[in-house]
Design a protein around this ligand. Sequence first.
Ligand SMILES: [Zn+2]
Length: 342
Amino acid sequence: MISFKMFNSLHLGKKLIMPATRSLSYVARVREIQKLKEDQAYCEQVFSKTGNYLLYVKGKPLLEKKGINFQPKWIDSNELKVISDKIENDSAALLGLDASGKPQFAISIDNHQDKAAEIEVEKSARFTDLRAGLFLVDVSTAHTLSKGWSLLQWKKTLNFCSKCGSPLVKTLSASQGACSKCTSVYYPQTSPVGIVSICDPSTDQLMLIRQPRYPPGMYSCIAGFLDVGESLEDCVRREAAEEVGIQVDKVTYYGSQHWPFPAGSLMIGCRAEALPGQTPDPCKVELEDARWFTRDQVQEAVDRINRNPNLRVLKNNNPNEIFVPPKGAIAHHLVQRWLDKI
Ligand SMILES: [Zn+2]
């Protein structure tokens, strides 16, 4: 174990010395990441010498298959230099630290996408569609992939001060962007979304909805962005009324998950109870269907996606064979939690 104070002392001089392996406490890890976000010179020094890098092409992270699981294919600084001898500031973002304390960065190589096929062969890995990739990895890795894409997108799209129109100067870590002329500072944003499983205790049924953009057979939970001035409870009650014409009560918080679409969201999972005797009246603009499902039907839908998570990305499923989003999606856990009666 090396303390943060000891570690800090190792890189105060001009020569950067990073221990090959170390075990940092949670607090030391957080403070090291904080330093990388706040000390641009230090971050640049670390970036060029000691990082691990996850490549993205057109938003697709490079993933490798290990056994039955998928994981990021990290490359080191020498491997990165082979791909590009100069990475632009706006093509990089800090992801965090690996288990040994090495910094991890997301790198967009859209400017070198002609090399993508060659990289895939050489690294025995594949640039994977993010919507599919998020369901192929564990929850922690999904957050890493999501963070990388969201920060790279933020760097790519936010270029000018909205107050005076001057160019922004963004940190390498993607923690913030400062106006080059006035005092305005901009930060990557996450939009809060309420997502809710609605049950009817009087009939022991669960409400699931279907949007037109879903693959055939998929049903999920109601979700929507928080309006300005709303609490989470207000949002969930409003979304239930808007989308399915149902009045709900007893809103309880379950957990949250970062989601990279459409542009960085925090999915806040809840459960709510419908007042008795209500029939869904789905909003035709947003929904294709909304129904109450029995426990047997919901269990069947969960079993189906657990047997074949690829249903989430296939286009030719049987529309009558209902399934829910796969593990890795907070909607899946909300549904499973209702099945488990917890
Ligand atoms: Zn400005």
